[in-house]
Ligand binder design. Structure first.
Ligand code: GN1
Ligand code: MG
Length: 367
């Protein structure tokens, strides 16, 4: 889509004259732009996003969460003595009429947030230290929000990490076979059918009341962590669209998926994709350190399960979207979603193979 970024920007109560805007980041859902402005002779940058309202059906509720969570975090960082809030947290900017969201004449929803300066993201972990930093950052995120009651938050996508409903949608997609692709994905369909029980593990535990409902991020992939350019330290979690009531294990699971894996999510050479045990160790260490005493033993005991659970869910979602004709995730080539599904299934197999060792590591750090 070609949006008139300058006009959208003008709807916000902004600080600086618009210079230009360019596509930014690798998100699969929203359209993200980096806006450069001139403020008193200095160049400043913001992140401007068009929220995909086909997927996030109630952008107002989503933004209520966004503001509540960012303000809560900023207040806590401030009282803990943080000197540079803009470098360590996100902030939502208001429109000229004092709203956190702008609806353009075509019905698109826009927001502007700060760009965390002197920082970057990575799409893949290159060394265990980055897995440690990701774990630490999302662990702290968990702990910073542990006193925010989950019921205050709006559910931006109901049943987002519900393996049972995700599997049902997958079954429907096979039966409908809308675009005639099912025959090209027989192996993957078979794998999912065989491993269906994994998708029931966390819902079963949650239904028994064994796991607390918290405020969780729900999209803790590695490129949603800002990393300081100089120190390499994790600064803050970004992409807060799916922050809502959930299980801490969803967040840890999605980190296992993206911070311990050795290849890109859409790698076609599957021999490159596996769960790296050194990165897993660094991730566990970071997450438990960051979360402090906010986790209960049942959560810690299920960290490994969470890894295979979320990875299988994302694999299921990629395959479902492939079978449906690529309506959900942005794709950049034919069979992109099938390729993505394959890496996830390979990763699930790799986690299953190493489960015992992984459990030993969790034990070592949870003492
Ligand atoms: C989507 O947009 P992005 O890249 O942050 C998706 C996540 C998936 C991820 C897979 C709202 O996240 O759930 O894990 O793609 N977000 C939504 O890369 O569905
Ligand atoms: Mg996202």
């Amino acid at each position: 889509m070609t949006a008139d970024l300058k006009t959208v920007y003008a709807a916000f109560d902004q600080h600086g004259d618009f210079i230009n805007g360019e596509p930014f980041g690798n998100g699969h859902i929203n359209d993200t732009y980096l806006i450069t402005c001139n403020k008193d002779g200095q160049k400043i940058k913001y992140v401007m996003q068009r929220i995909n309202h086909n997927i996030f059906k109630q952008p107002e509720g989503l933004m209520q969460n966004y503001v509540m969570v960012t303000e809560h975090i900023r207040k806590k960082l401030q009282s803990a003595g943080c000197k540079d809030l803009d470098h360590n947290s996100l902030q939502v900017f208001n429109t000229n009429d004092n709203k956190c969201l702008y609806k353009d004449p075509d019905g698109n929803y826009w927001r502007i947030i700060n760009l965390v300066d002197n920082a970057h993201t990575v799409d893949m972990v290159e060394k265990p230290e980055q897995a440690y930093q990701a774990g630490l950052t999302f662990g702290k995120f968990q702990s910073l929000l542990s006193d925010l009651p989950g019921d205050k938050l709006f559910e931006t996508i109901p049943d987002f990490h519900n393996g049972i409903t995700r599997y049902a949608a997958f079954q429907e997609a096979i039966e409908a076979d809308k675009v005639g692709r099912a025959s090209r994905a027989c192996t993957e369909i078979g794998f999912l059918q065989e491993h269906k029980d994994i998708l029931e593990l966390l819902p079963d535990m949650a239904a028994k009341g064994l796991l607390p409902i918290r405020v969780t991020h729900n999209d803790t992939k590695i490129n949603n962590v800002m990393i300081d350019d100089v120190s390499g330290q994790g600064l803050c979690a970004i992409d807060l669209d799916t922050v809502m009531p959930g299980l801490s294990l969803f967040d840890f699971g999605d980190m296992v998926r993206t911070a311990t894996s050795t290849a890109a999510e859409d790698e076609t050479d599957l021999s490159k994709m596996y769960m790296d045990i050194e990165r897993f160790e660094a991730l566990v260490k970071g997450f438990l350190e960051g979360a402090g005493d906010s986790l209960i033993p049942a959560e810690i005991d299920n960290l490994v399960t969470a890894g295979k659970y979320i990875t299988l869910i994302i694999g299921t979602r990629f395959l479902t979207d492939y079978l449906d004709g690529d309506n959900y995730f942005k794709v950049h080539r034919e069979d992109h979603n099938l390729d993505r599904c394959r890496t996830q299934l390979k990763l699930v197999s790799s986690i299953i193979e190493q489960e015992e060792q992984m459990r030993e590591i969790v034990k070592k750090y949870s003492k």
